[in-house]
Design a protein around this ligand. Structure first.
Ligand code: PDD
Length: 277
């Protein structure tokens, strides 16, 4: 498969960026991951809108919507119209002499490529997760390539045999290291409100919409770790995650939650599959 880099389609091992690229030196860039179900793009406009928001927030002047046709082309060129696939987009501030201020006249580095994803059977999975302190910065609404805290959190979980790490800030769950997070308490769906402490997930928004359509009440309010005794179901969502129920949560080597039910999560999965495929 080919990658798109700054106006050219190239073989991956022939695509190079400068060692002075600011995404390489500072994590000074923005990214998106978008899904194509058998060639059918999922909420592309919403992804591009979020990309534009992130770019605007860090003052990279670039029109995110100019990438739409290239995304479709990436799927075509990788011959992924009949498979489940994702398109990765990265907009870096570009290359310039290393400085903490943003150099003038800097040219963005645009990278985009498609790759296959294995989504088949996601609805049969359950994840055992751990929970640790959320050590990320206070602008998690920006989809920045500076993902070191996410990487460290996820690695800690994977190394200990878990599937994901749920992040906790001042006692309240924010989201997963690479997923949005939902709780069901007394039949009501709870999720952290949008704002600087979480990424505004595209799958999250879809799940909220499904709940609304099904007359399931959603409260956008953070859940405290001490509230887990009242929680019936926990699930995570994301572009590559879809909707996966959490079977247990381990915090400081203690199991603080095990599944009590899964009926609401199963219902949401079914409707999500119907609406997206
Ligand atoms: N993850 N929160 C974080 C910190 C994420 O990195 C992601 C996405 C999400 C879910 O957002 P969305 O539904 O828009 O993918 C939430 C990667 C990109 C993924 O799951 O593919």
């Amino acid at each position: 498969a080919e990658v798109y880099l700054n106006g050219k389609w190239l073989k991956p091992d022939e695509a190079f960026i400068s060692v002075f690229d600011r995404a390489f030196m500072f994590g000074d860039g923005i990214y998106e991951v978008t899904l194509f179900y058998k060639g059918k793009g999922f909420r592309l406009k919403e992804h591009l809108k979020r990309l534009q928001y992130s770019l605007d927030q860090i003052q990279i002047a670039f029109d995110a919507f100019s990438l739409e046709n290239l995304m479709l082309e990436a799927i075509d060129r990788a011959d992924l119209n009949n498979a489940d696939a994702a398109v990765y987009i990265q907009v870096s501030r570009g290359a310039g002499p290393r400085s903490h201020f943003i150099p003038e006249k800097i040219k963005t580095t645009i990278l985009l490529y498609a790759f296959p994803v294995a989504l088949e059977g996601f609805e049969n999975k359950t994840w055992e997760v751990m929970a640790t302190e959320d050590k990320r910065w206070h602008r998690c609404d920006i989809k920045s390539t500076a993902l070191l805290a996410n990487v460290m959190a996820n690695e800690e979980a994977i190394a200990a045999g878990f599937h994901e790490n749920l992040l906790v800030r001042k006692g309240y769950f924010t989201e997963g290291s690479h997923s949005s997070l939902f709780f069901v308490k007394y039949g009501v769906v709870h999720t952290h409100p949008e704002g600087p402490e979480i990424l505004s997930g595209i799958t999250r928004a879809e799940v909220i919409k499904i709940c609304t359509d099904l007359n399931i009440k959603v409260i956008e309010k953070a859940v405290h770790i001490d509230e887990l005794v009242e929680v019936e179901e926990v699930f995570v969502t994301g572009t590559t995650t879809q909707i996966i129920p959490i079977s247990s949560i381990t915090h400081k080597d203690k199991t603080v939650y095990t599944t009590r039910k899964d009926s609401l999560t199963k219902k949401l999965q079914q409707v999500f599959i119907k609406r997206t495929r």
